[in-house]
Each structure stands twice: as structure tokens, then as C-alpha cells.
Design a protein around this ligand. Structure first.
Ligand SMILES: Cc1cc2nc3c(=O)[nH]c(=O)nc-3n(C[C@H](O)[C@H](O)[C@H](O)COP(=O)(O)OP(=O)(O)OC[C@H]3O[C@@H](n4cnc5c(N)ncnc54)[C@H](O)[C@@H]3O)c2cc1C
Length: 392
């Protein structure tokens, strides 16, 4: 067991930080569709997209732990960088990397690493939030096409992507085994989206509508019996989001430390006050514990039987601890910065708001506690009331 990063990992982190500061930060202020595309292309030029995608598809071919270290580093520098690094690596593209056909991999993995395309993920529906397997969006094969009908909601980043991996039902059993996934191009006939709703962090979440939406059949990713497979890959996506929360918490901790040394009250720096010192000490304890849980989940995935995917229990443990710790660290940083910390022209409000979402997306903290309890007790604990419910 080794709790030190290797010299190579430290080099990777330093190089990513250096490129971010010298080349990328000036591009992060433009949140328009064209601005984000420009940033995406610039990150591709510097090898910061597709971190865990194989070199044969233009990626960096990094193991999961190194991928998360870079996502976290870029997130510390700017949330826009962390978002693109995650979305092009551990994000929705992961389902294609693990389960796509060769043709799908050549098209999508290569497109993503070149910064030419992006992929969103559509799981949630109005009546299927935590109960994801209650989804009703249907896919039916029709000759050379697959036809989708249904609706998704709260989908992130749709304005900056060209495709969505849509989880949907292929069969009519009503059970989880019907669920598969289709890669839906946003210009497919019968596809439309809402204008988007702003969340707390000023990011847009979209509704997606599928109205006899016709997609070439070769874009079917998994045609049923795939919920378990999709969720296994989704655990890596969860760790990518968790690395972003850790990046926000690290940023907030460093910001608070610096602020406490600069800000003077009662003719002394506020870091002279024990009330502030203890807050900083607690922030550091939470940050270190959170970091180690993420490293464990990722290192064990890399050391596993070859799938490179994290264990379900270690992912949930990391998620449960990091989400709470990161919220608390961001909150404490705001407290240390006083009214300045609460102002939107200071960076902490956005870091807090973004981190807050992590307790809801990717499985709420309650759902992760349910999943962890299933692991601990060694049996699936169904949340469904009826014996014939989709998950049973
Ligand atoms: C910032 C953000 C980004 C998102 N991005 C995407 C995206 O890109 N794609 C996508 O498909 N979705 C996305 N979502 C949606 C997200 O996955 C859902 O919000 C999440 O699954 C919870 O569903 P819900 O909001 O309907 O809450 P509900 O399922 O209605 O839950 C409401 C409350 O009840 C609790 N609860 C529900 N069931 C149980 C239970 N069995 N035991 C204990 N408590 C329970 C929940 O924990 C929660 O506190 C995003 C959400 C957010 C906030």
C-alpha cells in the first residue's frame, strides 16, 4: 500500500495545471455554444480530452486513478475545464468505450478525443428519477432504423453536445431486463429539446422529446438486458463527478486558507483566531479523508480483473463521504470569507452550488445508502412496493 502519488502522476498533474493556466483559462469565460466548442478544441490540442480512452482512438490511455487526478486538477483551475475533461473521459462516452461496436468506437471515441463531438446522457424521466428502472421511453427496431418514443428530463450539457446516450426499453416485459441504450444524434428526425431550465449553479438542464424519433440501427448501443452493464460503467462516471466535487473542495479549502491569512479584523489576520483555525483543520481532515476514498475506489478499479471499472460499494462509499465533505468544505470557505464569500463575483458561491448538485445527480445520497446496505447485507433490497415492479 502506497499513499504517495508516483513521480509520473505528479508530473501529469503539474503538466495539466501548467497548460490550464498558460493556455486554457482565458478561454473559459465564454459560455456560448461556440465558446465551449473553442475550449473543447483547445483541450483536445493539448491532449486533455479522452484521458482514459485508448491511444488507438486518440486518447491518453490513462488508468482511472490518473484520469481522476487530472479531472480534479482541471476542476480546481476552472469548473469549465473539469467538466469537459470528465465528460470526454469518465462521462457518457464511457458506455460507448465499454460496450460500443468497433464502428461506434471509431466514430465516437475518435470524435470526442479530437474535440469534434460530445455526448450527453439521458436516463431520468418525469416518473423515473431515483426509480430509474421505471423509465418508459421505448425503442423499437424498424428495418434499418430504431424508433424512439418518450421523454427525458434534467439532462445536462445538451447544448454543447451533438449526441445523447439514451437509456430506453426494448422489450415489453415491464422489467429492468428490457432496458438498453441508443446513441441519438440531436439532428435525428423526431428529436427535440426544451430551451433548458437554469439550476442553482447557473447551468442549463434540458428535457428531451422523442416523437417517433428515427435513428439508424447501427447506433443501437445495447438492445436490452443491459441495465446492469450500463450501471457498471456508470460507476466510473460517478467517480468522475466525485473528482469534480473534490476539485471544488480543494479549491475552496485553498481559497479559505489564503483569505484567512490576508483578511484582518481586530488588527490581526483572522487566521489568528482559534475559531478559524479549527475550521481550517476540520476542512483539511475532510479533504484528506475524501481524497483517500476516491483514490481507493480508482486504484482498486485499475488493479481489478481487467474491466477497469470501480466496485459498486467503494463508489458509493466515496460518493457518500465526498459529497457531504465537499459541501461542508465549500460552506466553511464561504463562512471564512464572510460576506465576500456569499457574493456571486467571488468564486465560492458557484463552487458550492455546483457541489450541491452532486448529492442529487448520479444517484441521490439516499439511493447510495440503499445500494451500500444491499452490498453490506449481501442481498438486493428492493425499494419497490409491488412484486411485479420493473426492478424485480
Ligand atoms: C445538476 C444535475 C444534473 C443532472 N444531470 C442529469 C443528466 O445529465 N442526465 C440524466 O438523465 N439525469 C440528470 N439529472 C437527474 C438526476 O439523475 C435525478 O435528479 C436523480 O436521479 C434523482 O431523481 P429525482 O430528482 O426525480 O428525485 P426523486 O427520485 O423524486 O427523489 C426525491 C427525494 O426522495 C428520495 N428518495 C427516492 N427514493 C428513495 C428511496 N427508495 N429511499 C430513500 N430515499 C428515496 C431521494 O433521495 C430524494 O431526496 C441531473 C440532476 C441534477 C441535479
Amino acid at each position: 500500500m502506497d499513499f504517495q502519488l508516483s513521480p509520473r502522476q505528479t508530473e501529469l498533474i503539474d503538466a495539466a495545471r501548467d497548460i490550464a493556466r498558460r493556455k486554457l483559462l482565458p478561454l473559459t469565460a465564454d459560455h456560448s455554444v461556440e465558446g465551449v466548442r473553442r475550449l473543447r478544441r483547445a483541450m483536445a490540442e493539448h491532449g486533455l480530452l479522452g484521458l482514459d480512452i485508448g491511444e488507438e482512438h486518440g486518447g491518453a490511455g490513462l488508468p482511472l486513478l490518473d484520469t481522476l487526478l487530472i479531472i480534479q486538477t482541471l476542476q480546481e483551475e476552472a469548473p469549465e475545464l473539469g467538466a469537459l475533461a470528465h465528460r470526454s473521459s469518465t462521462g457518457a462516452i464511457g458506455a460507448i468505450r465499454h460496450h460500443g461496436t468497433e464502428a461506434q468506437k471509431n466514430r465516437f471515441l475518435t470524435g470526442v478525443t479530437k474535440g469534434e463531438l460530445g455526448v450527453a446522457i439521458g436516463i431520468t424521466e418525469p416518473e423515473a428519477g431515483s426509480a430509474a428502472t421505471a423509465m418508459t421511453t421505448r425503442a423499437e427496431i424498424d428495418g434499418d432504423h430504431v424508433v424512439l418514443n418518450g421523454r427525458k428530463q434534467f439532462v445536462s450539457f445538451v447544448q454543447h453536445t451533438e449526441h445523447t446516450v439514451v437509456y430506453c426499453r426494448f422489450g415489453r416485459s415491464g422489467k429492468a431486463r428490457d432496458i438498453g441504450a441508443v446513441i441519438v444524434p440531436h439532428d435525428a428526425p423526431g428529436f427535440s429539446r426544451s430551451a433548458g431550465t437554469l439550476n442553482m449553479a447557473d447551468e442549463l438542464q434540458f428535457e428531451l422529446f422523442f416523437d417517433d424519433c428515427r435513428v439508424p440501427r447501427d447506433l443501437v448501443l445495447l438492445d436490452g438486458n443491459a441495465f446492469g452493464k450500463l450501471i457498471s460503467v456508470y460507476n466510473a462516471e460517478r467517480l468522475g463527478s466525485i473528482a469534480r466535487m473534490l476539485g471544488n473542495a480543494t479549491f475552496a479549502y485553498r481559497f479559505a486558507l489564503d483569505y484567512a491569512g490576508q483578511r484582518r479584523q481586530f488588527n490581526r489576520p483572522i487566521s489568528d483566531f482559534q475559531g478559524i483555525q479549527w475550521m481550517l483543520a476540520d476542512m483539511r481532515v475532510r479533504l484528506d479523508a475524501a481524497t483517500l476514498l476516491v483514490w481507493r475506489a480508482a486504484a482498486n478499479a485499475d488493479a481489478g480483473a481487467g474491466t477497469g471499472l470501480p466496485r459498486r460499494d467503494e463508489t458509493s462509499i466515496a460518493k457518500l463521504f465526498v459529497a457531504e465533505a465537499a459541501k461542508r468544505i465549500c460552506d466553511d470557505a464561504i463562512q471564512i470569507a464572510g460576506a465576500n464569500g456569499y457574493m456571486k463575483d467571488y468564486p465560492l458561491a458557484r463552487r458550492y452550488a455546483e457541489t450541491r448538485g452532486g448529492s442529487i445527480y448520479g444517484g441521490t445520497l439516499q439511493i447510495h445508502r440503499n445500494m451500500l446496505a444491499s452490498e453490506i447485507l449481501g442481498r438486493e433490497i428492493s425499494q419497490w412496493k409491488r412484486a411485479d415492479a420493473p426492478a424485480s
